[in-house]
Design a protein around this ligand. Structure first.
Ligand code: ZN
Length: 155
């Protein structure tokens, strides 16, 4: 069975000032920069192929690895970045879909009253709350509040 090839072009669309990147852990930020290197390599190779130039070997995780970073860690960091950015380790086509939505979508604001927190444009379309208000604890508090409100007589 052929191993599915991962695509990395999403990493080139994320610019260093983007809010999605500011929220990432250190490991995921490294993962994004590894993914960028793979994406740039793929882009250069396809340009070379179009120009009829001889192709060099594709960039490998071993090329990106450093004495203190193994090739396995390179891939693990990229996977971590995908999970932090998209909520889970999505397939190529699901990532392409999210990136397309991101380009088309306005910046969304948290549904919690008076919260101006933003929702990652990479998040699922159904997501309504910012990171702070989307947590389990915030959800329980909302649920209690709405139960209390409906229990009040004559309101
Ligand atoms: Zn919020």
């Amino acid at each position: 069975m052929a191993k599915r090839r991962r695509r990395y072009s999403w990493a080139l669309e994320l610019k260093s000032g983007d809010p999605e990147l500011r929220a990432l852990s250190r490991r995921s930020a490294d993962g994004v920069s590894y993914a960028r290197s793979f994406a740039e390599d793929a882009r250069e190779r396809s340009a070379a192929a179009l120009a009829g130039e001889p192709l060099e070997e594709p960039l490998s995780a071993a090329d990106l690895a450093e004495p203190w970073v193994s090739p396995v860690e390179v891939h693990a960091a990229i996977k971590q970045a995908r999970i932090e950015l998209f909520g889970k380790d999505l397939t190529n086509s699901a990532i392409a879909y999210r990136m397309r939505q991101r380009r088309e979508r306005e910046q969304r604001i948290c549904a919690e009253p008076e919260c101006e927190g933003t929702i990652s444009r990479l998040a699922h379309g159904r997501r309504r709350y910012c990171a702070a208000h989307g947590s389990g604890r915030a959800r329980v508090a909302r649920h209690r509040r709405s139960r209390r409100a409906s229990a009040e007589p004559g309101s």
